[in-house]
Structures are given as C-alpha cells and as structure tokens.
Design a protein. Structure first.
Length: 367
C-alpha cells in the first residue's frame, strides 16, 4: 500500500530537521576548544558529609528586593553593599527600605572588599580592579598582569594593613558572561593575582587555574585560597613561612561548582557552590568533541544546571564542618556568596533578585 503524499511530506520534514540539528551540533563554528581531562567520581549527595538537607530552606530575604544579581556582598555599619548586573554598586538597609547608589562602574561589579583607608575595592568582570572612594570617585587600579589583559576579573580580598589586594582573573580567554564556555573548554587560563597599593604593580601568583573564582586570605594571612570552579577544588598559595611561594590543594573533589569564598577571620571559611556537579559534564570530560557539541547546544538550549541552594563551611585545614542545602521549589539559588557577620550568614546570588540570610546557629547545627 502506498503512503499518502501528506505523510511522505511529513517524513521528509522530520528527516530534514534531524539533518539540520545534526549539522548544527557537528559543524556550527565555535571558538571553544575543549581539553581532555579526567575528574574524580563525584561524591555522594545521598549520604556522607555532603548528604542533601533542607537547612537553607528557611533563609529569609534581606536588604533591597527586585534588584538584579547581587553577586557579592559586604555588611558595613549595618548596611549591605552589593554590585548588580547593570553596573551599579548599591548600599541598602537590612529592612530594604533604603537604597543608595554608590557608583556605576559601567561594567559588572562581582567581588567586593574594604580597604583599611575606607575605599571599596571592586573586582569588575569587565573593567578590571577598581577603587571607589568616599566621595564616589572611581579609579582603575589595574587591568593586566605580565602583559596579559584580564578577561574576567572575579573576586578580591585585601590584607589587614592595606598593602595588597589578592584577586582572581577567572579566564584571560573568555570574558564575563562566557563562564559556561570557559568551564566546558577546561583550558586552564585562570590566574591568581596580587596588586600592590604602594607600587601600583600587579604580580601573578598562580596561572593555569581552571576558572579562578573566589579568593580569601587565611589565618594570620599565611596563605590565600582561590576557588577553581572548573576543577571542583580550592587551591592554596602560601604567602609566609617555610612554604612561601608554593601552592597546594586545600580541598579537592567538591560536590559542586565553587563560586565565591570568604573567611570569618577566626576559624571558618564559607564556600558558595553555584550548583551540584553535572553527570553530563563529568561524563563528557574525556570526550572533547562531545563537549564541543554541548557548547553548540547551549547556544539555543538552557545550560544543564540543577537549581539547588548549596554552601559549605570549612575549617582552617579544609575539613567540611557545615553542609547547607535546599533543593525545594523556589529555593534561593544559585548561591554565589556566603559571608559570616555576627550571628548570621548572609547570602548573595548572581541570578536572584534579593539577598538573604540564615541564623549561624542553624547553619552550624548538626543533623
């Protein structure tokens, strides 16, 4: 029995669509050149130290609402300071009733730190390392190191005496907004840098990092930590002591993608995990051509990222001492910043429209 012309035409359309999709996935031009690598098996989220829980479910909104992407945050004199997608750096009361614009960088302010002289030091993903004084004047501090311009200035911290700013260039190859491409490529083009406020010079401390992200100084400023989002680890660079000038791994094989990092000044680091590890991303790590197809697919499809609120507390030796999660509907995610102030943990997010906080006692409570 012969098929009807309408049915034959439908089959031809489907075949053409399949061919077009295959051609797009196989041949669409892309600058991404994925590198073959082999991640360790992801740790369990069903049992053990990273077992899922709902500790973050009770996080409450704080500060201004209906703001776009309060990525980093500082609590200064009872007010929250953060940077937004539109380039504004804002100051808001905890109850959200007041909001003042401190400056607009014209870029994307991502990391924030206070200099002892009162200036706000800004890691801007587009503009580089900036300083904002009390009069609202913005100054560019540095935009390159070793002759290589920053591609994606990400986070910053300043030492206690105000001599150095330690900061990250997530990717010298991929600019702000291209984090997915940088992580999929796994090209190791991130750097840990140090800016000298006295000389105005910028020194490269580490290179070949896998998307260098959050930065935090440790106890007595003996070392500085930097998150490697694309490698699921935190690396440590020693500043003083017998190991000065060397580096090692502080904690490896994290259960998610580490974003920003902070230290409470005494005994705890807080790590914001953008999302749990992706089985698809890990499973294609050794297959660069498949990852290139994923990059093409991401041009038209959403990134395969699980929407889960996730953060960890670590002691000064890299041991996990707090595991905070929430995978319920409407959770506060992705969490990209966690900072401890007094009796509270304050949370920031690259995607959310508000900041949040959680009682520290609840965060540290054992299961």
């Amino acid at each position: 029995m012969s098929r009807s012309p309408r049915r034959v035409k439908f089959h031809h359309i489907v075949l053409l669509l399949v061919i077009a999709i295959a051609a797009f996935l196989l041949l669409m031009p892309t600058k991404v050149q994925p590198v073959d690598w082999a991640p360790s098996a992801a740790p369990s989220l069903s049992a053990g130290v990273y077992a899922e829980n709902q500790k973050l479910k009770s996080a409450e909104k704080v500060g201004a609402v209906d703001i776009a992407g309060p990525e980093a945050l500082l609590l200064v004199d009872g007010f929250l300071i953060t940077g937004l997608h539109d380039g504004r750096v804002i100051r808001t009361s905890l109850d959200g009733k007041t909001l003042n614009v401190l400056a607009n960088t014209g870029g994307r302010p991502l990391g924030l730190a206070r200099h002892p002289d009162g200036r706000l030091i800004i890691a801007d993903g587009i503009k580089g390392l900036l300083a904002l004084d009390a009069q609202g004047r913005l100054t560019s501090l540095t935009t390159e190191a070793n002759g290589l311009p920053f591609g994606f200035t990400d986070d910053v911290t300043v030492d206690a005496i105000g001599r150095y700013a330690y900061f990250s260039d997530a990717s010298s190859r991929w600019g702000y907004g291209k984090d997915g491409e940088a992580i999929l490529e796994h090209g190791g083009d991130g750097r840990l840098l140090r800016y000298d406020f006295q000389s105005g010079k910028t020194e490269q401390l580490l290179d070949r990092l896998e998307f260098a992200n959050g930065v935090a100084l440790g106890p007595n400023e003996a070392f500085v930590l930097v998150n490697e989002t694309g490698a699921y680890r935190i690396s440590r660079y020693w500043i003083t002591g017998a190991k000065a000038g060397t580096h090692d791994v502080f904690i490896d094989n994290l259960p998610g993608l580490p974003d920003n990092l902070s230290f409470n000044g005494r005994d705890r680091f807080w790590v914001a995990l953008y999302a749990p590890r992706s089985a698809l991303l890990d499973g294609t790590a050794g297959h660069p051509y498949l990852r290139k197809m994923m990059v093409r697919a991401m041009m038209v499809l959403p990134k395969p990222i699980e929407k889960r609120a996730f953060a960890l507390g670590l002691d000064t030796e890299g041991k996990v001492i707090a595991n905070l999660q929430d995978n319920s509907k409407g959770n506060y995610s992705p969490i990209t910043t966690v900072r401890e102030y007094g009796d509270w943990l304050y949370l920031g997010s690259l995607k959310a429209s508000n900041m949040a906080r959680l009682p520290l006692s609840q965060a540290m409570r054992k299961p």
